[in-house]
Design a protein. Structure first.
Length: 513
């Protein structure tokens, strides 16, 4: 049976008046006051209530409060036990969620109730609707300007162990054998005894722990052969092929190994070179949705977009260059990008063009006597010193020179301000290291954590003493992904004040997030 209060109708008597005017003012001026007044009445509980019977069964816990609890848990980065205690004893939570009663019926939830609500919301992707509804309302309340936005991404670690390739093979095979032994004992008995000893005994496991770096390549081949043997042995056993752990075996074989077989010969299994493995390959069998980023490592990525109130956003050129070397921007060039003179004022003897590459050749005697010789990008050749470059390299060099100017720094600060939001999310809501794993759980947690950041910033903006007319910045989570270059949906999110205090979470295929 559905139980939900009408939070838009005021109480005749304030149930929190016993706190006194000073403590009550502290509550109303905090995040709990904003949550109670603006957010709680606008939570889309109709998306949850349709999964309950309206007239039959035991009454649910108050649905507005239950949906609010899932938001506050992520905003405060709490465990389930801590969340239950906060709901039971924390006056700020009672005020924010309009829990006015003192009985266990009103001010207590068990862990199972919390789990059920979270499972219901994550299963049907309701975190998106919650985020959108609350963000839209905050944008309306604070009159947010959506015209200008800036983009950034952040790396997110799920609750999984970071495994190397050998560890990945071992854990995947061991997980399959464990499940096979538990659910299909007759099939387990058919597995080769050597494989059982290697992965299911302490002595066998200790052998993998002592692998020297020089032996890792040969050990990978041994693991690949065991993996292939198990996949082949059970590929026609229907009861086994339906197991998720068997699917992981097959996926690991496809992603990490290559099979070579000549006519009339036995198959030869080899481990792929590391550079041939895709970034969306499985990183840990406990979190098969996680991917790999060459810069940040294993995990997920979330791409977010924030509104801002400054000038046009600009970004620096990717990569770095040595400060000890002279750049192409120090050479004098004409409108055809032909070198007229080097930084020391010497003219080239000739200019050559081949396809999109230009070559300026300087006299050997001039270059050997030049004081800039050690810093010059021109290299010695048979007929002189050669400076080879393309039009693109010249444009990049000129852009790098511009980036050192005050004008660029003034423009770039509007882009750099976006980094503060990711930092705030990781510090305040635990965005960087989650307690969950799997795309569904990661998406749910990350979305509500960004919503928590929006709530905290909206509260800070509302109570800013130095700037009572502060503006809130709106965020859009474009993608939460498994470190893949993809995206699936676009949603509006809020996150910050103009004082710049600021996943594929989607399963991806390249759309642009």
């Amino acid at each position: 049976m559905i139980y939900a209060k009408d939070h838009k109708t005021c109480n005749i008597f304030d149930p929190f008046s016993h706190l006194g005017p000073k403590r009550l003012k502290m509550l109303t001026d905090s995040w709990s006051g904003l949550f109670r007044k603006e957010l709680l009445p606008n939570l889309p509980i109709h998306l949850v209530s349709k999964h309950y019977e309206r007239d039959m069964g035991r009454p649910t816990k108050e649905l507005y409060a239950m949906m609010g609890v899932t938001i506050l848990q992520q905003m405060k980065d709490l465990t389930d036990d801590e969340t239950v205690r906060q709901f039971a004893f924390n006056t700020e939570w009672h005020y924010a969620l309009d829990v006015s009663g003192v009985s266990d019926t009103s001010a207590y939830i068990c862990l199972k109730t919390l789990w059920n609500m979270r499972e219901l919301m994550s299963k049907y992707g309701l975190e998106d609707a919650v985020f959108t509804a609350i963000t839209a309302h905050l944008a309306k309340v604070f009159s947010c300007d959506m015209d200008k936005q800036r983009l950034d991404s952040t790396h997110i670690f799920s609750n999984m162990k970071h495994l190397g390739r050998i560890g990945l093979f071992i854990q995947t095979i061991k997980g399959f054998l464990t499940n096979l032994k538990r659910n299909h004992k007759l099939n387990y008995i058919e597995v080769d005894g050597d494989i059982i000893n290697r992965y299911m005994t302490k002595q066998g496991a200790s052998g993998f722990a002592m692998v020297k770096p020089s032996d890792s390549a040969s050990r990978l081949v041994d693991l690949a052969e065991d993996l292939f043997a198990l996949v082949e042995q059970f590929k026609d056993v229907g009861a086994v092929t339906t197991m998720s752990s068997y699917h992981k075996l097959v996926r690991l074989l496809q992603e990490q190994c290559v099979t070579r077989q000549g006519e009339g010969e036995d198959a030869v299994i080899e481990a792929k070179a590391a550079k041939e493995i895709a970034s969306d390959s499985m990183q840990n069998p406990s979190d098969p949705d996680a991917g790999y980023d060459g810069h940040k490592g294993q995990g997920y990525q979330a791409q977010v977009m924030e509104t801002y109130g400054g000038d046009e956003v600009t970004a620096p050129v990717l990569g770095t260059v040595s400060e000890d070397k002279l750049g192409l921007d120090t050479f004098q060039m004409d409108e055809h990008i032909d070198v007229i003179a080097c930084p020391a004022g010497h003219k080239p003897e000739c200019i050559r063009h081949k396809n999109d590459r230009n070559t300026a050749i300087f006299a050997v005697a001039v270059c050997l006597a030049c004081p800039c010789k050690d810093r010059c990008p021109a290299v010695e050749g048979k007929k002189g010193f050669y400076l080879r470059y393309t039009a693109k390299q010249v444009r990049i060099a000129v852009r790098r020179a511009y980036e050192k100017t005050e004008e660029f720094r003034e423009r770039y600060r509007w882009r750099a301000g976006v980094e503060g939001a990711n930092s705030l999310g990781k510090q305040k809501t635990g965005l960087g290291k989650l307690r969950v794993r799997g795309m569904q759980a990661v998406r749910f947690a990350v979305t509500l954590k960004w919503l928590g950041v929006n709530i905290l910033r909206a509260s800070a903006c509302q109570n800013s003493e130095n700037n009572p007319e502060s503006v809130i910045n709106i965020w859009s989570i474009l993608r939460i992904s498994a470190c893949r270059r993809t995206i699936s949906d676009t949603m509006c999110r809020i996150c910050g004040m103009l004082m710049f205090f600021p996943l594929e979470v989607s399963h991806a295929q390249e759309v642009v997030a």
